[in-house]
Design a protein around this ligand. Structure first.
Ligand SMILES: [Zn+2]
Length: 702
């Protein structure tokens, strides 16, 4: 039976209840698919369950390390795969709610536990006896007659140990553990500050005129948001990106400038929520960590196990995109400036003008109005007749809504997913609407990971921040939101189609520069004609979108891609610059560093700010994308190249879908990803389809 570790029991004995059978995490969930029992879980259940879960896994791992029998694949590598069930159970539920439905209690738990998780992981990966057993099996692996997935697991496990510092001296290991704990604490500090800064950064006004240009439903939503915060007037909450969605419609230039300033400076106000010191310290500690592990910088260490394998490969790929992307952005800016001049604006286009005038350029060039389009994108219809429909056509899977399973927020929906032959596949939740207690952005999370060894089927969730409808009104979403739904569902498919023996290699447990490939690939189906026709129907009349509007959308698809690609490149280059700092570099001033980094990469462009500024770049300081943001562009190359294969082989067919599922989506990390991709594609990925589909091809010459 598990008990609290002594140290934790000492410090928390007054406030923490004992961990026992009354805790909902004590035993595996008895709900279908072992879904988390959200109706039984209280905020106080997480901490004792996590403490007990770490203690239990510690004991299990130590038992493997102390096993007197000589190491075998079964008694060491497979045994390790079976450990930590309790911890995984509580962590997956905890990280779901602390991201999507948080409160001060949960945040406090995260703050307490973050350094402990880091230390816990270190204690396993830096366990000398355990590493000796893993090494022995690794050295003998070629003579063990293992199947390919088992062989991959041996190599993966060994690499994990080495990557974490298992070969370091005892003194260096101690130093590394200290660095990891400090970094985990700082990362948590960053998240807590940023959540508060983002909330604080909302635009609040009682002056309706300042909001001219917003539609009636948008105004209602802003009034609702104000009510939710118990303030007068209207509130426009900040999204986590630099650009803010309302800037496209607000006609009042000074409102736009204020909102943009709120976004850009959200975490740089010199108050308690200023993150600059935190991130500068993190960059410095990460550089020290890279050096300690024997690498020239943090990025070289971090990317080693990715598809790109070195920072140089990632940088070379990005640098090659800069001229095409910035040239396209410059031509887009010229179009925007022309509109401003034509209207005798008398100013040069600034970042807060971009979306507003880009929308006018789009209307003029393509005669397309986002407000005209939205009535055809009612959220539930897009989900069931678009996202689900495409997956049905490609993979034969079907969906049945379930109302009997507990959720943590009443706006969530739950679906059971079935294979074409009717067999049970997975459980899928969605939580789409913005709330103040939800982290910004959109993501997928695995609540239960598929594994044949553990006899588990996947439970996944998609979370987003779409504007909630005013009471009684339907949720009409933008074309960006539609794309986000397909994107996150692509991650969900990657999780749900997992068909691995071992949990460590299952589903989305792949390299960062691969994991965004299935999701971005799935975006292509949003605009695929037979799918689009099936969901793009007027929410009142059910009438299909008129052909000419569809044609306009098709033509407008490469619109603004210069800006989109450039803002991503700027963020990705920033990330790489922060993480290729040498360990000897002093602590940086983030603003100076940022400007210099962007100038060096020819991405300091007044009208295209990076998609995230360093001070609110949550991906790299708190979400595991450090030295990994390039992955979004890298995987764009993969996804367009993959879609090109479909185009060349008859498009959306069950045969094509099944082949993709079998050779890519079901494989998780069970094979070398480069080889896996090439086996399916028949060749190495190339950047040409990416340039073509994003309208970035240089005209003339070729
Ligand atoms: Zn994604």
């Amino acid at each position: 039976m598990s008990t609290l570790p002594a140290a934790a029991a000492d410090t928390q004995s007054q406030s923490q209840p004992q961990f026992g059978p009354s805790n909902p995490f004590y035993a595996p969930s008895t709900l279908p698919y072992q879904a988390p029992p959200f109706d039984k879980i209280t905020d106080d259940d997480y901490l004792p369950a996590m403490e007990a879960g770490m203690a239990e896994e510690q004991k299990e791992m130590q038992a493997i390390a102390d096993n007197p029998a000589p190491p075998t694949f079964e008694n060491t590598i497979v045994a390790m795969e079976k450990t930590g069930r309790l911890l995984r159970r509580v962590q997956s539920a905890f990280f779901t709610v602390v991201s999507a439905n948080t409160n001060p209690t949960l945040q406090k738990v995260r703050a307490t536990e973050a350094p402990k998780f880091a230390a816990h992981r270190d204690s396993i990966l830096l366990n000398e006896k355990l590493f000796q057993r893993v090494s022995t099996i690794y050295n003998e692996r070629k003579s063990l007659n293992l199947d390919p997935e088992s062989l991959r697991l041996v190599e993966y496990t060994y690499d994990q140990f080495v990557h974490a510092g298992a070969k370091l001296s005892e003194a260096d290991k101690t130093e590394l553990k200290k660095l990891n704990e400090e970094l985990a604490t700082l990362s948590n500090t960053f998240s807590t500050k940023l959540l508060a800064a983002t909330k604080e950064g909302a635009y609040v006004t009682t002056d309706k005129a300042a909001l001219a240009g917003l539609s009636e439903p948008q105004l209602n939503a802003a009034a609702e948001a104000a009510k939710g915060r118990k303030v007068e007037g209207y509130v426009l909450p900040l999204q986590n990106t630099t650009q803010q969605p309302d800037l496209v419609s607000l006609t009042n230039r000074s409102t736009r400038e204020t909102i943009f300033g709120n976004s850009w400076n959200r975490a740089e106000k010199g108050d308690a929520n200023d993150t600059r010191d935190t991130i500068a310290k993190m960059a410095q500690l990460r550089a020290q960590k890279g050096k300690l592990l024997g690498y020239p910088n943090f990025a070289a260490w971090k990317i080693e196990d990715q598809m790109a394998k070195t920072p140089e490969a990632a940088l070379k790929f990005m640098d090659a995109l800069v001229p095409a992307a910035t040239a396209k952005a410059a031509s887009e800016e010229a179009d925007i400036q022309a509109v401003i001049d034509q209207q005798k604006g008398g100013f040069k286009a600034q970042p807060w003008d971009w979306d507003f005038y880009a929308e006018q350029v789009r209307k003029a060039k393509y005669d397309l109005d986002e407000e005209q389009v939205k009535p055809y994108f009612e959220l539930n219809n897009v989900l069931e007749n678009g996202v689900f429909y495409a997956a049905n056509q490609l993979y034969g899977i079907t969906f049945k809504e379930r109302h009997d399973l507990p959720v943590y927020d009443k706006t969530m929906r739950t679906f059971e997913v079935f294979n074409a032959d009717g067999s049970h596949l997975a459980l899928f939740y969605c939580d789409y609407f913005k709330r103040d207690n939800k982290q910004g952005g959109a993501w997928m999370n695995s609540m239960v990971e598929q594994s044949k060894l553990l006899a588990t089927k996947p439970v996944v969730i998609n979370v987003a921040n779409f504007a909630p409808p005013a009471p009684g009104e339907p949720a009409l979403i933008t074309s960006d939101d539609v794309r986000t739904m397909f994107h996150e569902f692509g991650h969900a498919l990657h999780g749900m189609f997992a068909n691995s023996e071992y949990p460590s290699l299952s589903g989305t447990n792949t390299a960062r520069d691969f994991v965004e490939f299935p999701s971005q690939f799935n975006e292509h189906w949003a605009s695929y004609p037979s799918v689009f026709q099936h969901y793009a129907k007027h929410y009142k009349t059910g009438a299909p979108m008129p052909a000419e509007l569809v044609e306009k959308i098709r033509k407008a698809q490469t619109f603004n891609k210069g800006y989109d690609t450039t803002e991503l490149l700027a963020a990705a280059e920033l990330d790489m610059k922060w993480h290729t700092l040498a360990a000897s570099a002093p602590q940086q001033n983030p603003d100076t560093f940022e400007k210099q980094a962007l100038e060096e990469t020819k991405l300091w462009i007044s009208y295209v700010p990076p998609r995230y500024r360093s001070s609110y770049f949550s991906h790299i300081w708190a979400s595991g994308y450090s030295a990994g943001y390039y992955a979004y562009l890298w995987t764009q190359m993969l996804d367009d190249d993959a879609y090109q294969w479909f185009v060349e082989h008859g498009g959306l067919t069950r045969a094509n879908g099944d082949r993709f599922r079998e050779m890519v989506l079901s494989r998780g990390n069970t094979e070398d990803l480069e080889q896996l991709y090439e086996a399916w594609r028949g060749k190495k990925p190339s950047v040409e389809p990416m340039l073509k589909y994003r309208g970035l091809e240089t005209t003339g010459g070729k």
